[in-house]
Design a binder for this molecule. Structure first.
Ligand code: GLP
Length: 243
């Protein structure tokens, strides 16, 4: 793992935005795996502001988001689809057909998960997967457990994760869905390259475990240790417990 420390969130976001935009110009048909959450907000702000200036050709870029809440989709406030539209897709000239999102309202969730795996495969796999990390060490919605799912699946959300997502639902925990669809561990680990961003001291324990701890299903992000091309980008708070 390559570990990079930044003085603050803005420098981290600007650095990753520069790299992403360079990757898009090197490979216009790049396939990106994208995260939601508070952490990538600064990244998307930076990317869309540079895209406005016409520096980025999004016309052939393909994206797949990591996860979505069960029961929610386009038009639902609180859905990751709405988040992505607001933070990025509404501001760049990406082809709607090139945007891959899980549909949390699909009639058959199992069929939707299988469709997503096939779509990623047909796109040639993920070139770069960008990740955040949960305070409990989850990536996507792969929560700590005795065993982890390899493929895209329906995930039951832990209390801590639902609380962390309450901001999307006006702070009302009762409105946060109990389940989500998520790429699996193998879906993520098959990406050619992975970049994990973490900011804030509340992530420092999970970050330290991910980097220095054992491989364990109790800290799903620890599996990134087996991937040959992972960059971990941290602010001071998130890097606090590293030796
Ligand atoms: C959420 C998402 C993850 C995200 C993580 C951290 O629940 N499912 O993909 O990386 O938790 O979120 P945040 O960046 O808001 O701390």
């Amino acid at each position: 793992m390559k570990i990079e420390r930044f003085d603050n969130d803005d420098v981290l976001a600007a650095t990753l935005a520069t790299r992403l935009i360079a990757a898009i110009s090197l490979k216009p048909r790049i396939v990106l795996g994208l995260p939601t959450g508070r952490t990538p907000v600064a990244l998307y702000r930076e990317v869309r502001s540079r895209s406005h200036r016409g520096h980025v050709d999004w016309s052939q870029v393909r994206t797949f988001n990591l996860d979505e809440f069960v029961g929610l989709g386009a038009g639902d406030a609180g859905s990751y689809r709405s988040y992505m539209q607001a933070e990025l897709f509404d501001h760049v000239r990406i082809e709607p057909l090139n945007v891959g999102m899980l549909d949390g309202r699909a009639a058959s969730l199992a069929a939707e998960c299988a469709r997503y795996e096939r779509a990623i495969e047909r796109a040639g796999g993920l070139d770069i997967q960008i990740l955040g990390i949960g305070a409990n060490g989850h990536i996507g919605f792969n929560e700590p457990a005795d065993a982890l799912d390899a493929k895209t699946h329906v995930a039951a959300l832990q209390g801590e994760t639902r609380r962390a997502n309450a901001g999307l639902f006006g702070g009302e925990l009762g409105r946060v869905p109990t389940h989500a669809l998520s790429m699996g561990m193998a879906t993520i680990l098959r990406a050619q390259e992975i970049v994990l961003m973490a900011t804030g001291a509340e992530k420092s324990e999970a970050v330290a475990g991910m980097i220095d701890g054992p491989l364990t299903t109790r800290l799903p992000a620890s599996f990134l240790q087996v991937h040959p091309r992972v960059t971990v980008m941290l602010d001071r708070g998130a890097a606090r417990r590293l030796t």
